[in-house]
Design a protein. Structure first.
Length: 343
């Protein structure tokens, strides 16, 4: 499903010309703290050990990815500023049963929902075997129940098949299933959204834009589509349109870290450095685990002649994200900066 369903990390073109943002959808939030809640927890294997490699965990609602993250080295994760709603915390790893844990976020009851999840090895498949139980079953159709009421089952089945192909890395098959879904039901916007994501991965920005515009027109109250479309506009350097589109998304989801990040990146390019700095700082506060934000802030400081602040931000990045792919380049840049007097 949609970018994070396959565990893709999000990277932005604002960081480096060689990196391209792949999209993180729907990081939910609201204007008032009492209107939002959190989901946090820990994941272990059956034997009690923790994952020894990065594993993606996502939170979904109504068939769409809301946010995604990587488990830390002790299996911990957190999703913050989520609107009151029904969610699923999802982990899908080859060789293990899919985890799909329902969580109801209601800040009036509890500000933070704590969940503990266990990854269990997948049973060997035999002829006529039935799906795993509730903790391991892939029940994504529950998430698209609203659509199932409006569209024939063949549509949601094609969508489901597309997601499964996407998870296996078969983008071609995934696109064929999504395309069949939208041919059968042009108003089924989750399939348009996932098609847009796949087109963007292929570098076909025109096709991706067309799909995301379909989503905006069909789901104009959802922030996700505006952030996706705004990112396309940013990547293709239509900064004025990108700014306007991202602001529409932020009006709908003012607590979206990715929304603020993209908006800040656009403002940098437009030369509004004061507003851009505010947006990037807001990103750091909303999602301290997003490595792009401190890099973008450091770059902004360099652009505006604030070398000491840039160096401090690079050092902060290295402390927080020592294993990030950009860390070697940041260390080299910081070393070069330290060899020169900072005025």
């Amino acid at each position: 499903m949609l970018t994070s369903q396959t565990g893709d990390a999000v990277r932005s073109t604002a960081i480096s010309a060689c990196l391209r943002l792949l999209i993180l959808l729907l990081s939910s939030g609201a204007l008032r703290a009492q209107d939002v809640g959190n989901i946090a927890g820990q994941v272990r294997f059956e034997d009690g050990s923790f994952p020894d490699k990065p594993i993606t965990i996502t939170v979904e609602s109504h068939g769409a990815i809301v946010d995604s993250a990587y488990l830390d080295n002790e299996g911990r994760f957190g999703f913050y500023r989520l609107l009151s709603n029904h969610y699923y915390v999802v982990i899908e790893v080859d060789g293990y049963q899919a985890v799909r844990e329902p969580v109801v976020v209601d800040p009036k009851i509890a500000q933070t929902n704590i969940v503990h999840l266990v990854l269990r090895a997948s049973p060997k498949k035999t002829a006529g075997s039935s799906p795993a139980g509730p903790a391991g079953a892939n029940r994504d159709l529950v998430d698209v129940a609203d659509f199932a009421k409006k569209f024939p089952s063949v549509v949601t089945k094609e969508f489901e098949a597309g997601k499964k192909a996407d998870q296996k890395g078969d983008a071609g098959a995934a696109m064929e299933h999504y395309q069949r879904a939208v041919r059968l039901a042009p108003g089924f916007y989750p399939a348009h959204n996932n098609l847009g994501t796949l087109y963007m991965k292929k570098g076909d920005m025109a096709a991706a834009e067309s799909e995301f515009r379909q989503v905006v027109s069909q789901n104009h109250n959802g922030a996700q589509a505006y952030f996706n479309l705004g990112n396309i506009l940013y990547v293709t350097r239509r900064d004025g349109q990108a700014k306007q589109t991202l602001e529409e998304g932020l009006r709908r989801e003012p607590g979206s870290a990715m929304g603020h990040y993209l908006h800040g990146s656009v403002l940098v390019r437009l030369g509004d450095f004061v507003a851009a700095e505010e947006e990037l700082k807001a990103t750091c506060q909303l999602d301290p685990k997003m490595p792009q934000a401190p890099i973008a802030l450091a770059t902004l400081y360099l652009q505006t002649g604030r070398d000491r602040e840039a160096a401090a931000m690079f050092e902060f990045f290295l402390q927080q994200f020592p294993g990030d792919p950009l860390a070697p380049k940041v260390r080299a840049s910081l070393s070069k900066m330290n060899q020169q007097p900072l005025f």
